[in-house]
Design a protein around this ligand. Structure first.
Ligand code: HEM
Length: 159
């Protein structure tokens, strides 16, 4: 009988292996994000995002981030600065984004690229939030209902 290796993945999930996997992850993630009560309105009401326009751009962004193969050359900060001016993007919003991102990846993949995608998403979310909110960002004591602490997510993710 073949021994089970420690790292055998009995779930049958494989790692994110390239652009076609990313395209599936991102469609699922943005469908969830658009439908989300907390962060959906940024896409549907404030930006009026066309998902079919957004998906190829964001796939380029992630293909470059994970595999260094796509030529994403756009300014990823600017649209968030515009959103933030229309409606402040809070720590709760970024926490929710990270929660959906982790759940989407965990539901589809497992492996080093999947871990890197989760860790990078979390890092970029924190960086975006810091840059948008600045030193006056509401902290611990000012959490609203449904707050997902970024620190807790950091502890949970084995990056
Ligand atoms: C609460 C969190 C976030 C919200 C609500 C949000 C929402 C949006 C919206 C509405 C746009 C504009 C889409 C359009 O063109 O209509 C956008 C663009 C973009 N977002 Fe986010 N975002 C969030 C966090 C993040 C994070 C953490 C990342 C990266 C890991 C990210 C990556 C991008 C990129 C790369 C674009 C620019 C796409 C382009 O080239 O035009 N976003 N986001």
């Amino acid at each position: 009988m073949a021994p089970f290796a420690e790292d055998n993945d009995l779930s049958g999930r494989s790692d994110i292996s390239g652009r076609s996997d990313l395209a599936v992850v991102l469609r699922r993630f943005y469908e969830a994000a658009f439908a989300d009560r907390q962060i959906g309105p940024f896409f549907t009401e404030i930006a009026g995002t066309d998902i079919e326009v957004h998906l190829p751009r964001i796939t380029d962004f992630w293909e470059r981030a994970l595999f260094r193969t796509a030529g994403y050359r756009r300014d990823a900060f600017a649209p968030h600065a515009a959103l933030h001016a229309a409606r402040p993007m809070t720590a709760e919003d970024f926490g929710r984004w990270v929660q959906l991102w982790h759940a989407t990846i965990d539901g589809l993949h497992r492996g080093p690229h999947a871990e890197r995608a989760k860790a990078q998403g979390e890092r970029i979310a924190s960086a975006l939030h810091r840059r948008l909110a600045g030193p006056d960002a509401p902290t611990e004591g000012e959490r609203g209902p449904g707050f997902v602490p970024l620190a807790a997510l950091t502890l949970r993710s084995p990056s």
